[in-house]
Design a binder for this molecule. Structure first.
Ligand SMILES: [Zn+2]
Length: 272
């Protein structure tokens, strides 16, 4: 992605299809849920202030603020969706990727502005995802925090857990960050032991996904229960229990790898 200066934005890119973010929300068409708008039009209609704008292929993505209320936005034919919810809607792989990339890049660009070594202002290298300190020479690249998630199966049941950070009533997989020096597999075993006190076996790689809320790189596994009783680490979790296919709690939105992992395990169980 290429960073756009405001002058470039007003002249060359104003008529490009544009995706607009306000915080962790995305502006969509009220009738079609389409995320694309025309920036010039949207600035006028919704009284937008553009903070940062980027060009991803032919699409402009921008972080904006608005002085319009939700009711005023609706009147003009727009509404706000939380990005995580938007990602759960049926849409093309290309849009999905664009949104994940844009969220990650915008967050990184806004939060990494000064050199961590000498404190001077960083210079963005326009066509690269890189910022450079011209004083000490240090380079900075978009940051990823690798984390693991695992879905544990015990005969026809799966283990799901709830953290206070989730939407109300939602249960998901066990997850946690990889420690320095650890492999992803070691992190899975440690997290499961720490958070729910269980032993697991037959770890099987499932897939990965960048998840820019704010900078996760998720590595997902399936595993089989080996032993132990559930003992919840109450600092991390509110609840954790075994669920059967016919009695499931509310699950994460379907755009997330956690939901794909859960769906895949449920389908494994139903096949057997
Ligand atoms: Zn420096």
């Amino acid at each position: 992605m290429k960073k756009l200066e405001n002058t470039a934005l007003s002249q060359d890119y104003i008529l490009h299809p544009t995706v607009l973010f306000i915080g962790n929300n995305i502006i969509v068409d009220n009738k079609t849920d389409a995320p694309f708008t025309e920036l010039q039009n949207a600035i006028k209609l919704l009284r937008l202030t553009v903070h940062n704008a980027y060009l991803a292929d032919k699409v402009v993505v921008a972080k904006v603020e608005t002085s319009s209320t939700p009711a005023e936005m609706l009147e003009k034919g727009f509404k706000l969706y939380p990005v995580k919810f938007f990602l759960s809607l049926p849409q093309s792989e290309i849009i999905h990727k664009l949104i994940l990339q844009a969220m990650h890049w915008i967050e990184w660009d806004l939060t990494v502005q000064y050199c961590g070594q000498c404190g001077n202002k960083l210079r963005t290298i326009a066509d690269l995802n890189e910022k450079k300190c011209d004083t000490c020479g240090l380079s900075f690249f978009p940051k990823f925090s690798p984390a693991v998630m695992v879905l544990i199966k015990k005969e026809n049941q799966i283990l799901l857990a709830r953290s206070e950070h989730f939407r109300p009533n939602v249960y998901s997989t066990i997850a946690g960050f990889i420690d320095a020096g650890e492999t992803a597999e070691e992190a899975v075993l440690r997290e499961v032991k720490e958070e729910v006190g269980l032993e697991i076996t037959d770890l099987e790689y499932f897939g990965t996904q960048t998840w820019p809320f704010p900078d996760r790189f998720m590595i997902a596994f399936k595993a089989r229960y080996l032993g132990g009783d559930i003992q919840i680490d109450t600092k991390e979790l509110e609840d954790a229990k075994w669920f059967t296919v016919d009695r499931l709690p509310e699950l994460p939105y379907s755009g997330s790898i956690s939901r794909r992992l859960i769906d895949s395990c449920l389908s494994d169980i139903l096949k057997n």
